[in-house]
Write a protein that binds this ligand. Structure first.
Ligand code: TEU
Ligand code: CA
Length: 533
């Protein structure tokens, strides 16, 4: 396999709204990111995945774009964006842009045109259908709740929106639309961005009349065309967000010979703690054997063909310490354990802002404290279906997207060093104890575990290229080995708060979250050793 920079990269995801506010309007901004670049240099990351910074009415926090070539006013200007690219590249950090092209905002000029009349030149940039006996064209549902069809009074047709009604789906079957998207991508590539994270990219081949949304027939053709017309000529990272990917499908995207993407985000592990055939809100405990089995299957299936992305958190998911670890007694131990477990694997690791200091879920006591459109829609829907407020808030607190979106906790001052003004979303109450300043001062903090893991990856090819082998063991432990050029590393992690016996192998200890590992693993204990062989 041809070796690319992104094989050995570590990516840090920034959710700009919540990262750092500089002009004190309570909203994070691009100058704030620039101010914190040296912090990221200290951590050692290679690239930043920037959640959308484009002009947007913020119905879905920037995932509803009204101009792909302009910057959201609250975040700054195009000059700020250019400075970010410049300042980042000075520090050898690449900027991966979020590409949201399954849909636009309904305030995008294309949609404003399209809804003027049935024969408007932009009409076919979107997906329109006649009413069926006075009703919606079919039963398709929006991922944010309710029908995926919205009636347009003026032109007497429905348009499709798989997300909110302010996010009309783009019609990828239209070659002119694709052309416009290639132009826009080339605009950013010429500016020197390091690649794209592609929002819900597996939906662009949808075949609506057959009820098919993800993995449609033309999906891979479109991606090959995109590669040819845009980023194929550049040395960039591309990662598709693909909720519907199996390992087989992931190989189609990421086998370099097919000239599609570098890698995809798959979500099989992320869906394990929800009830079968139900929604993410329908909670179920994580089955540890299943978890190991799923993680291992992806490691093995994409071991020789294609490439894995590695992540536990992003802006749509709860905090991993709260979700699968322990965010009270063993917050530090379990956060480090998940870091070691993930970064020991084969693939490109992604760290979501705040994960490196063990930020935890946010507990909302009332729906008025919730900002996310997905959770708010679900709340009203379930209330009218007879659920109690308590039940619904319990789901939101476990799985809601605001959990990861609270402002970054930089220090213990008012508003946590994020801003001097009331933030757009309240800070987590624990910011006085859990913050970057504290983490940097404490040599044993979670931050330094991440820093060490990133450094190890840079120093040792085995972490990037080594083959993966699962070691069968106690259900509560996750043990695997990496093998490369006669070297063998063993990664050991206790997924529970119990003491679990495990025979420690001989070898050099490379990283650990407790002192002196023995033959009994303590709560959430994890380490990596270079085995003597
Ligand atoms: O997410 C895709 C998506 O399907 C999520 O809405 C997901 O179902 C949900 O969050 C489960 O936690 C992407 C973006 O990452 C998300 O932020 C956007 O809201 C969405 O697309 C629409 O652009
Ligand atoms: Ca601001």
């Amino acid at each position: 396999m041809e070796r690319k920079w992104w094989h050995s990269a570590v990516i840090y995801q920034i959710y700009p709204r919540s990262f750092q506010d500089t002009n004190h309007d309570g909203i994070g901004d691009i100058p704030g990111i620039i101010n914190r670049l040296d912090y990221l240099v200290n951590l050692g990351i290679t690239a930043i995945w920037l959640s959308p910074v484009y002009q947007s009415p913020n119905d879905d926090n920037g995932y509803d774009i009204s101009d792909y070539c302009a910057i959201m006013k609250e975040f700054g200007t195009m000059e700020d964006m250019d400075s970010l690219l410049y300042e980042a590249s000075k520090r050898n950090i690449r900027i991966i842009m979020d590409l949201v092209v399954n849909h636009s905002s309904d305030e995008h000029a294309w949609f404003i045109e399209a809804r003027q009349s049935k024969d408007n030149p932009y009409r076919d940039f979107y997906i329109w259908r006649d009413a069926k006996q006075g009703h919606v064209p079919n039963e398709l549902m929006s991922i944010f709740g309710g029908s995926a069809w919205e009636w347009d009074e003026q032109t007497q047709q429905y348009y499709l929106h798989l997300f909110s009604k302010k996010q009309p789906d783009l019609n990828w079957e239209n070659p002119l639309l694709r052309q416009k998207i290639w132009e826009m991508m080339n605009f950013w590539l010429e500016k020197g961005v390091g690649g794209f994270r592609m929002d819900v990219i597996d939906l662009i081949g949808k075949q609506i009349d057959k009820g098919i949304t993800n993995n449609g027939e033309k999906l891979h053709d479109y991606l090959q065309e995109m590669n040819r017309e845009t980023f194929g000529k550049y040395d960039v990272l591309t990662v598709g967000e693909t909720w519907g990917a199996t390992p087989e499908i992931a190989k189609l995207y990421s086998n370099p010979s097919r000239k599609e993407l570098s890698m995809v985000f798959q979500f099989e592990h992320v869906c394990l703690d929800q009830q079968e055939g139900k929604e993410k809100w329908d909670l179920k405990p994580l089955n540890l054997s299943k978890f190991k089995q799923v993680m291992s299957r992806w490691q093995i299936e994409l071991g020789q063909e294609g490439w894995n992305s590695l992540f536990f958190e992003n802006h749509d998911l709860p905090r991993v310490v709260s979700r699968w670890g322990n965010d009270t007694t063993y917050r530090i131990e379990s956060a480090k354990m998940f870091a070691i477990l993930l970064h020991g694997m084969k693939g490109t690791p992604y760290i979501y802002q705040g994960q490196e200091i063990g930020m935890t879920n946010y507990l909302a006591e009332d729906i008025s404290q919730v900002s996310d459109i997905e959770a708010i829609n679900m709340y009203h829907h379930r209330l009218s279906n007879g659920y109690t407020k308590e039940e619904i808030l319990c789901s939101i607190n476990a799985k809601g997207r605001d959990n990861a979106r609270t402002p970054m906790q930089w220090d213990s001052s008012q508003y946590g060093g994020f801003s001097n003004a009331t933030p757009w979303l309240a800070l987590n109450k624990n910011y006085k104890e859990v913050n970057v300043k504290q983490a940097l001062e404490d040599k044993c903090s979670i931050f330094y575990t991440y820093k060490r893991l990133i450094a190890l990856r840079k120093e040792h090819d085995i972490m990037v290229w080594g083959d993966y082998e699962l070691v069968p063991t106690d259900e509560r432990l996750f043990v695997y080995e990496r093998v490369y050029n006669g070297v063998r590393w063993q990664v050991v992690a206790n997924l529970t708060s119990e003491h679990v016996p495990f025979k420690r192998d001989r070898g050099e200890l490379l990283i650990a979250n407790y002192d002196n590992p023995t033959d009994c693993l303590r709560p959430y204990e994890a380490y990596i050793i270079n085995k003597e062989i």
